[in-house]
Design a binder for this molecule. Structure first.
Ligand code: K7E
Ligand code: CUA
Length: 670
């Protein structure tokens, strides 16, 4: 989504003068606090000790993470770091997790996430995995929902801005990546002014159904437009995918004006079953491309990076009958498919209607060759030939639509700051509610699948203005929960979110909560530097590298007194958490460590790299309050000058030091 001020500027720039005023007027609306009744409070109250009914996963936008919340309470349960380092648990800082953030551009500690997508079975969210895109440096991540951890990241070559991603097919066969920016393919040093000759759009289909084996099945080159969002077909449109796009003008500067010239842009209908057939044929080539695939092994818990050197690729025109353009007014953003697979609703950001295409009519138009032309070999269908209907005067700035499975659609309106409910088939608006303020996506659990739950809807708002206690120049983004079980939408709750919640997914908690990994079995671990007991710990030197294999268990480290480290050494603390019980992580930090802490799950081994800068004694301790004697869980590392004769040793003393404290205390004073 564009930022608010920019959006307003575009809108006014195209003579919707009232729009800017309206946006401002919305912001001035009185808070709705008084409208929310005690019934609403009851509807979202989850009593102490009770569980929420749904897990919600909201993208963190520019924080590169995913926030996990319970619904209906809105309680935040966890942050899952995906594309950003997370010092709280050492993700991207520990030696085991650093490789997850490798790319062909080197190690990257940040990205921008927009669209979480749950894995599906038979068109229904199944709760196995969650995928999400990195928007800036194009990548897709897979999160395992038995551990709520990022396990795998695949980079997408020949893309610039992985925005239309990672939308999911009905049986998790593929997630897609549609490039936002067209770029030279292969990327090369060319004048930007040669955009029209040299820049290409690109859509990738990524195999997603086997952990550790995400791979680009095929990459299709498209005309040099900007590709925005996507949805898989389902039920009757199973086997198809729909991509929205803007900038069919192929502008490369001042897009807010130059890419708003055409009356209609397109939705691309892509028959991926047909692409699979073409991909097997002679037209597909493996072309050179450098990109990185990162994967965490389940048993070593060590992430590994592999660099790939080619990608299977073909031009859209080389697979005739697989791609069609559906003219769609005015820089469409969302392209959303209803649960029956018949209707494809577009969010024309600057359009005054919501156009809805019919899949059945589209097939007929293709049969009848109802084309109005073609672009780079891709037929353009006639607007009237595929149009099912238009929702008239729905609001200003339609963006995204989801469905309740009861014949209704819900569309967000960014500019007029509201959600509009309309009926599929008759296209009449049946209800509207204000949101506070300016929603981007909305989310109904299962609302993009064949089986929406139809009970709650969450609006994901961009702007909060006066809704919460102010916090300096940057105010929280927010989510608002609505009850959609009846005829009228009812606001129940709003809560601030972590980061910008572009889009979310939610799923019946039952599908996830009973499958949680509670700890890692020490017996099953294949971690290279594990110590399965205190007896297996040890300290060793390998040139300028010192390996400390140590253990953590309530409430001590072993060893906890380490000597013989020298300035100029790199110390690798390989800490195994010996606990074999749920919810007993230990932390590890040493004074002056140049990275995040380690947070080590039970049975897991994690490694902290430390380069001590000067001689002295360095305290280390457990950072996670793990027991009554957590505060005693501490130790020292002595660092000596280079070449000093101090022998390398690591001990935990169990004898004399355990003498009664009353005696030891006074004597040791002075
Ligand atoms: Cu509309 Cu990136 Cu899906 Cu933001 S996107 S809202
Ligand atoms: Cu271990 Cu605190």
């Amino acid at each position: 989504m564009a930022t608010f001020p920019k959006f307003r500027h575009v809108a006014s720039g195209i003579a919707l003068a009232s729009v800017a005023l309206l946006a401002f007027a919305c912001a001035k609306r009185p808070a709705s606090g008084g409208l929310v009744s005690a019934d609403a409070a009851r509807a979202v109250y989850v009593a102490p000790g009770q569980y929420d009914e749904f897990y919600a996963f909201l993208s963190g936008g520019f924080n590169g993470q995913i926030g996990v919340y319970g619904l209906p309470s809105g309680r935040r349960l966890k942050t899952i770091p995906v594309f950003s380092q997370y010092p709280e648990n050492g993700y991207g800082y520990s030696e085991e997790t650093k490789p997850m953030l490798n790319t062909s551009y080197g190690f990257i500690p940040w990205d921008d996430t927009h669209h979480p997508a749950l894995s599906q079975t038979n068109g229904e969210d199944d709760g196995r995995w969650l995928f999400i895109n990195a928007n800036n440096t194009p990548r897709i991540a897979r999160i395992d929902l038995t551990r709520f951890e990022t396990d795998e990241i695949l980079e997408i070559p020949n893309a610039g801005g992985n925005h239309g991603s990672p939308f999911m097919t009905s049986n998790s066969e593929y997630v897609v990546s549609a490039t936002r920016f067209s770029v030279p393919v292969p990327n090369a040093d060319v004048p930007i002014a040669t955009y029209k000759q040299n820049f290409k759009g690109q859509i990738s289909f990524i195999r997603a159904d086997q952990p550790g084996k995400m791979a680009i099945a095929f990459q299709m080159l498209m005309p040099g437009f900007d590709y925005d969002l996507a949805r898989a077909g389902k039920a009757k449109s199973e086997g198809w995918f729909f991509f929205s796009m803007y900038n069919t003008e192929r502008a490369n500067s001042l897009l807010e004006v130059n890419a708003s010239q055409n009356d209609k842009d397109f939705i691309a209908a892509v028959n991926w079953k047909k692409l699979e057939v073409c991909a097997k044929g002679v037209k597909m080539h493996r072309v050179p491309a450098t990109y990185v695939h990162n994967y965490t092994d389940e048993f070593t818990r060590q992430a590994k990076s592999e660099t790939l050197t080619s990608v299977p690729q073909f031009e859209a025109k080389d697979c005739p009958g697989a791609v069609y353009f559906l003219p769609t007014p005015k820089s469409p953003h969302g392209a959303d498919v209803d649960p029956t697979g018949e209707y494809i609703a577009a969010g024309g950001k600057l359009a005054s209607v919501i156009p809805v295409h019919s899949f059945t009519k589209m097939l007929k138009a293709i049969d009848d060759k109802a084309f109005e032309g073609e672009i780079e070999g891709i037929p353009v269908l006639k607007y009237e030939a595929t149009l099912a209907g238009e929702v008239k005067n729905p609001g200003l700035g339609p963006l995204h639509t989801e469905f309740d499975g009861k014949g209704y659609a819900y569309t967000t309106f960014f500019i007029s700051s509201e959600i509009v409910k309309w009926k599929l088939g008759t296209w009449e608006v049946v209800d509207r509610v204000p949101t506070y303020y300016s929603p981007g996506h909305l989310m109904i659990p299962g609302g993009g699948t064949m089986k929406p739950s139809g009970k709650y809807m969450l609006a994901l708002n961009k702007i909060t203005k006066d809704r919460y206690l102010p916090t300096g120049p940057e105010l929280a983004q927010s989510a608002q929960l609505f009850d959609i079980s009846g005829d009228k939408m009812k606001l129940l709750l709003d809560f601030p979110t972590e980061g910008e919640p572009h889009y979310g997914q939610a799923i019946d908690a039952k599908k996830i909560r009973d499958r949680q990994v509670k700890f890692y079995k020490l017996a099953d671990s294949k971690a290279a530097n594990i110590s399965r007991s205190e007896k297996e710990t040890g300290i060793s030197r390998e040139g300028r590298k010192v390996h400390v294999r140590m253990t953590a268990i309530r409430s001590h480290f072993s060893p906890d007194n380490i000597e013989g480290v020298q300035v100029g050494d790199t110390v690798l603390f390989h800490v195994t958490n010996l606990e074999q019980d749920w919810d007993v992580p230990h932390g590890f930090a040493i004074m002056g460590n140049q990275n995040g802490e380690l947070l080590i799950m039970p049975g897991e081994t994690r490694t902290l790299r430390w380069v001590p800068p000067k001689a002295g004694v360095y305290p280390m301790y457990c950072t996670d309050f793990c027991s009554a004697l957590h505060q005693e869980m501490q130790g020292y590392v002595r660092v000596s000058a280079p070449g000093s004769g101090v022998a390398l040793s690591g001990v935990t003393s169990r004898g004399p030091q355990a003498a009664p404290k009353a005696e030891a205390g006074p004597k040791q004073k002075q």
